[in-house]
Design a protein around this ligand. Structure first.
Ligand code: FAD
Ligand code: UDP
Length: 365
């Protein structure tokens, strides 16, 4: 008998397994994919660490989380500064003085503020209640139309009016010439990629790959006193209230015989006509000097059974459905639900670590 059965070898499951081992508890981890690390998995292609499930930049303002992750890897000094392409125009992200200067030919913060105020004066948005209103009230109509509307509607497959405003508040808005995509105090990419971090976290657990919990549910549950479940919450309950919605992403990867394809790790395509949302050039996360390069185009679409779910859609409809599943989950004895899918939350890695540490703290207090 194990103390814990952990469903999912992603970051949440791995942090929990590590914490359990520190308390002399035993864990069996089951993972349906053929590898560990969940969505932070990196593979080595010609010496380049390719983020197979999308670009992952670690960032946090919490020193405890930063120190925690640094036990498992050394981080480089990468700072994310994506470029946005709108038709034939290029802009810096996040929205800052470089963006505004390029957009309006202005120079000073007060000119930028004035321009935004002028653009939103007639809109009378006092209390933004959705992504569109939030974005317009922060950056005005030009930036919204060119850099937000098309990208967001491609990414989420819904009009900006139907999306929660918190999604756009993930991005900083600055009236300084600073292209750092995050306001976090600590930021970087682990040297050697993310997979070795998870490998270290799981080094004392028994791990079974290619094992879907739902295919062996009764047998697996009988092997441990308690279950930590990091898969889809609605699937755990056999979709009894209907399916929660997710967005999925198709990553179209290409190995190119050139040393530098786009000059930046992340380039976003913000107009609706381009079918992908962004192109990632992986080597730039680690200042790679290889003679070749690997790029991934990201195509976003609605999740369907049989493909990977990536983004929970925290709109009203799904939030009320999630609340119903959450009620059920509270009644489930000896099962703890965690992670992006188990909690149906748009967690970043630092938040997943914090949530897993809190779960461990409660469990082992
Ligand atoms: P996951 O990594 O999804 O792990 C869950 C695991 O459970 C998976 O391996 C899955 O295969 C397995 N599983 C599911 N169901 C079953 C089952 N029935 N049986 C067995 N195994 C099962 N965060 C950042 O901080 N910075 C970023 O730059 C960033 N970029 C991102 C880009 C993209 C495209 C995406 C999708 C996410 C990004 N994130 C980023 C978020 C980050 O990926 C997550 O916070 C983190 O990886 C979630 O960890 P997790 O363990 O909750 O989930
Ligand atoms: N966003 C945008 N234009 C961009 C980049 C982002 O409108 O060029 C919006 C979009 O709605 C996106 C949100 O900001 O979903 C959050 O962006 P982030 O880069 O945090 O998304 P993630 O990396 O999680 O996909």
């Amino acid at each position: 008998m194990y103390d814990y059965l952990i469903v999912g070898a992603g970051l949440f499951g791995a942090v929990f397994a590590h914490e359990a081992h520190r308390r002399q508890k035993t864990c069996l981890v089951v993972e349906k994919r053929s590898h560990i690390a969940g969505n932070i998995y990196c593979k080595n292609v010609e010496g380049i660490h390719v983020h197979q499930y999308g670009a992952h930049i670690f960032h946090t303002s919490d020193k405890i989380i930063w120190d925690y992750i640094n036990q498992f890897a050394e981080f480089n000094n990468y700072i994310n500064s994506p470029i946005a392409v709108y038709k034939d125009e290029l802009y810096n992200l996040p929205f800052n003085m470089n963006t505004f200067s390029k957009m309006w030919g202005i120079r000073t913060p007060s000119e930028a503020r004035e321009k935004i105020a002028e653009q939103i004066a007639s809109l009378n948005i006092t209390n933004p209640s959705n992504l569109e209103e939030q974005a317009l009230s922060l950056v005005g109509t030009d930036v919204y139309e060119k850099l937000i509307k098309g990208y967001t509607e491609k990414q989420w497959g819904r009009p900006c009016k139907d999306l929660p405003s918190f999604i756009i508040k993930r991005l900083p808005l600055r009236f300084t010439y600073d292209n750092n995509y995050f306001n976090a105090r600590y930021q970087g990419i682990p040297i050697g990629g993310y997979t070795p971090i998870v490998e270290k976290m799981l080094s004392h657990a028994d791990v079974r790959l290619n094992t879907d919990y739902f295919a062996h549910r009764a047998e697996l549950s009988s092997l441990a006193h308690k279950t930590i479940f990091t898969g889809m919450l609605d699937e755990y309950f056999d979709f009894c209230y209907g399916a929660l919605q997710y967005r999925t992403v198709r990553f179209e990867e290409e190995l190119l015989e050139c040393d530098n394809y786009q000059g930046n790790a992340v380039v976003n395509y913000t107009d609706i006509e381009v079918p992908y949302t962004r192109i990632i050039e992986h080597k730039h996360f680690e200042f790679g000097t290889q003679p070749v390069t690997v790029i991934s185009r990201e195509y976003s679409s609605e999740w369907q059974p049989g493909i990977e779910p990536y983004y929970p859609i925290n709109d009203q409809r799904n939030s009320s459905l999630f609340a119903k599943y959450q009620e059920l989950s509270k009644r489930e004895e000896n099962v703890i639900f965690g992670g992006r899918l188990g909690n149906y939350r748009y967690y970043d890695m630092d938040q997943v670590i914090a949530a897993a540490l809190e779960t461990a703290e409660t469990e082992f207090h």
